[in-house]
Write a protein that binds this ligand. Sequence first.
Ligand code: PEP
Ligand code: MG
Length: 325
Amino acid sequence: RQAAFAQERALPGETRDGVRIEIFMNAGLALDMPHLDATGAAGVGLFRTELQFLIGSQLPKVEAQERLYRDVLERAGGKPVVFRTADLGGDKAAAYMKRRVEGNPAMGWRGLRMAVDRPGILRPQLRALLAAAAGRELFVMFPMVTLPAEIDAARALLDREIARRERRGKPLPASIRIGAMIETPAAAWRLEEIAEKVDFLSVGGNDLAQFYFAADRDSDMVQERFDPLEPGFLTFLRMVIDKAYRAGKPLSYCGEQAADPLMAAALIGLGVRRFSIPATSVGPFRRLVRAIEAGAVAGWLKDRLEGGAPDGVSLRDGLAALLAD
Ligand code: PEP
Ligand code: MG
């Protein structure tokens, strides 16, 4: 059984018709890193750095951040790790941070908004990332982007930290690539301008669906109500994916929805070629990829999205029937 697992995780993520799918995993702790080898994931596509901010009783010191990031990079053994800068606020508020009570924290002062207003949080974090990745590849991704100008503000802070290290004669990463998370409809709408300012893009499907459907991701009352496998949302995602490719920027999808096999199949049909999913989903996801024909799903989806629903069958049921064939 062990041998069978070892064999399976070495298999490429490739559909029956030969489309390569890159499978990365999500992580947030050094403890998650052994899953890289255990699952055969290509790297960490989303490292949620805020976990370190949320478990302590104060802002983590720059040294502690650097230690964590270096440890993570070492444990990754050369596989790429995309560090998402702290997405604080919203559903990820740190108890020690003084802040006003907000009626709608998910739409409040969070993510990149907070980071550019409070460089005292983002700058030490960038400093720690630059130090930990000295001599290696560094991937930094910014959460909750709404306007292109926010990327400029974050980039300026990064440039200041790079200059600071240079002034001190300290080694820099071998390469630095920055990415934007697409998790607000506003960012999706202006994707071309955002794409110009970054090296890669990543759809945060949890938040993007939350804001698309105006349905709180933490509310049981509305979570079941809106299936992301819905023609409107898929058409919206198709716009995002097409814009990213037209801009020539790599795009990944890192919402937990991709752990749903039918949603994953649809995303592949829409053209997503890189995913970052929970470690526990990597094995089943690879099996799904190897079982489907991307071309057939793409063709079926195109007809379904452009031609409408035949006799009221839901997209989910129609896709399930196609895949069962
Ligand atoms: C997302 O919003 O889809 C995402 C990947 O980020 P998080 O779940 O951490 O908000
Ligand atoms: Mg998010």
